[in-house]
Design a protein around this ligand. Structure first.
Ligand code: 9YT
Length: 133
C-alpha cells in the first residue's frame, strides 16, 4: 500500500505549475506507481481560461471547490462546473476550461502521466510511452 499526503507533495517535484500561471497540479499517483492511472489534485485559478486537448489520454475531472465552466470547442457547448460536477473527456475533446472562482479538481488520467509532460501548442500531453521512467 502507498500512502501520500498533499502536504508532502506541495513544493516537491510532484507539484507542477503551468507556464501560463493558470493552474497547478499536485500529482498524488503517477505512472511509476504502476497502477494504470494517475491522480491529481489540481487548482485552476479564478479568472483564467485554458485551452486543453488530451489527444492521447482519457481524463475525468471532478470539481470539489470553486466555480467555472467547460466548453467543447467543436460544438460550442458550455457546461457549468460547481462542486459535485464531474466531466469525463472520453472522446479526446478539445475544450476550454474557465474558472470564475478558483476551482479545485480531482483529476484521473488513463494512461497515467509520468509527471514530466508539458502541454504542447494544442494543449495536449504527449503519450506517456515517450516518457517512461
Ligand atoms: C482540469 C485540467 O485538465 N487541468 C489541467 C491540468 C491537468 N489536469 C493536470 O495535469 O493535472
Amino acid at each position: 500500500m502507498i500512502v501520500r499526503r498533499l502536504e508532502e507533495i506541495i513544493g516537491s517535484e510532484r507539484e507542477v505549475k503551468a507556464d501560463s500561471g493558470n493552474w497547478e497540479s499536485r500529482r498524488l499517483i503517477l505512472n511509476n506507481d504502476a497502477v494504470g492511472f494517475s491522480l491529481h489534485d489540481t487548482i485552476i485559478h479564478a479568472g483564467t481560461e485554458t485551452l486543453l486537448w488530451y489527444k492521447h489520454h482519457i481524463e475525468a475531472v471532478y470539481c470539489i471547490e470553486g466555480e467555472g465552466e467547460v466548453e467543447t470547442t467543436d460544438d460550442g457547448k458550455v457546461h457549468k462546473i460547481t462542486p459535485g460536477t464531474v466531466y469525463l473527456l472520453n472522446g479526446s475533446e478539445r475544450h476550454l476550461l474557465r474558472a470564475s472562482k478558483t476551482m479545485r479538481m480531482v483529476c484521473v488520467f488513463n494512461p497515467p502521466v509520468t509527471g514530466r509532460e508539458t502541454h504542447d501548442a494544442d494543449g495536449a500531453y504527449l503519450p506517456g510511452a515517450d516518457f517512461q521512467d
